[in-house]
Write a protein that binds this ligand. Structure first.
Ligand code: KG4
Ligand code: ZN
Length: 349
């Protein structure tokens, strides 16, 4: 392997939702992580407006790339490869990133890697916790996905989904419950904050799919969301105040209880020593705490990136791109599409 191939300088572009993320990585070292978010423009609609997000990406792209280069102290011409989120995500938003990545790859005459957003969420761990040369189980929890994965090598081309949500994603449940509690958007961080002043044991919300005959690694959060809505409505009908912090804490506990029990069980059953957390919901303070507690009890090592690297960013895309370069994966063609429903098992387009 040439020295360049093992320490490739990779620019990563992420535009699958409302964050224009540009990351620069050398090997598994993070050099720059520049993010421009259009979240404030969506807040009043209570959710991401795809058209608004796409236009914001188009405006933010070039300045954010320049900011990342400045942060990293590199010139665009130094970059060895361009990696970009090719899917899954919002179609129009993805198109902006993919088109920009193609333009940079063509102009700089460097290879293009169209990668899977979900795999990138897993790969970002390398930047904080170093390479992992053995199989692990990953709990991937974001606004659009909630899955338990077997990952033979972080940053590799293969992974197996052991189970996934049958309905809402964990982050989606956080966002919907936050909305019904009047907390705002995006709901995850707001619930996380409100829950700190609440009692997680005050309301016994249901733990979906945790019966003995339920699928071991599947999730369901829509029943929980409905249970919270019913509970809140009953209080309102009775003319009683809604204890927002207690509802937030009890809801959050129900989500992270099921997520951590199942993820730890998967790690044990798969016979791996490491559990990795990734995706926006992995920024949740209670999820991190409970996962650490339960992993320690089972002798499993927990790997979780700092909260800023769990939510969408370009560094994760660059991290995965650098692994692909390093291991000689074939670059993508310059005519790749953006695939809004790119399957989780397809790491590279
Ligand atoms: O990975 P991500 O940034 O975007 C997607 O790929 O979807 O995840 C966004 C999701 C949102 O639903 C957001 O509410 C949730 O992650 N989230 C959190 C926290 N921070 C972000 N959920 C719970 N607690 C948090 N601290
Ligand atoms: Zn994401």
């Amino acid at each position: 392997m040439s020295p360049m191939a093992s320490e490739a300088l990779v620019l990563g572009i992420e535009t699958s939702c409302d964050e224009t993320g540009i990351g620069i990585v050398r090997g598994s070292t993070l050099l720059a992580d520049a993010v421009a978010s259009s979240v404030a423009e969506h807040a009043r609609y209570g959710g991401v407006v795809p058209e608004v997000a796409s236009r914001a990406h188009l405006q933010a792209m070039v300045p954010t790339v320049h900011r990342a280069c400045e942060q990293a102290g590199v010139q665009l011409s130094d970059v060895d490869a361009i990696a970009v989120t090719a899917g899954p995500g919002l179609a129009g938003a993805l198109l902006v990133g993919v088109a920009a990545a193609k333009a940079y790859a063509l102009a700089l005459d460097k290879p293009l890697y169209g990668v899977n957003h979900l795999s990138a969420h897993v790969s970002v761990d390398l930047l904080e916790n170093g390479p992992l040369e053995e199989a692990c189980v990953a709990l991937l929890v974001s606004g659009g996905h909630s899955s338990i994965l077997r990952v033979p090598r972080v940053g590799g081309l293969e992974l197996t989904e052991l189970g996934a949500t049958l309905d809402d994603a964990a982050g989606e449940a956080f966002d919907k419950v936050a909305r019904l509690l009047g907390l705002g958007f995006p709901g995850g961080p707001l619930i996380d904050r409100a829950a700190r002043d609440g009692d997680p044991a005050s309301i016994a919300f249901p733990r979906g799919l945790s019966g003995a005959s339920d699928p071991a690694f599947a999730f369901s959060f829509s029943g929980l969301k409905t249970a919270v809505a019913r509970w809140v409505e009953a209080r309102q009908r009775a003319g009683e105040p809604v204890p927002v912090n207690d509802v937030a804490a009890s809801f959050q506990e129900a989500v992270v209880d099921v997520l951590t029990i199942k993820a730890v069980r998967a790690a044990r059953e798969q016979g791996v020593d490491h559990l990795l957390l990734g995706g926006g919901v992995a920024a949740n303070s209670r999820l991190r705490e409970l996962a650490a507690e339960r992993c320690a009890r089972e002798g499993i090592r927990l790997r979780v990136p700092r909260p800023g690297l769990c939510t969408d960013n370009g560094a994760m895309v660059a991290a995965l791109g650098a692994q692909l370069v390093q291991h000689g994966a074939p670059p993508s063609a310059l005519d790749i599409p953006a695939d809004s429903s790119m399957p989780i098992a397809d790491v590279l387009m």
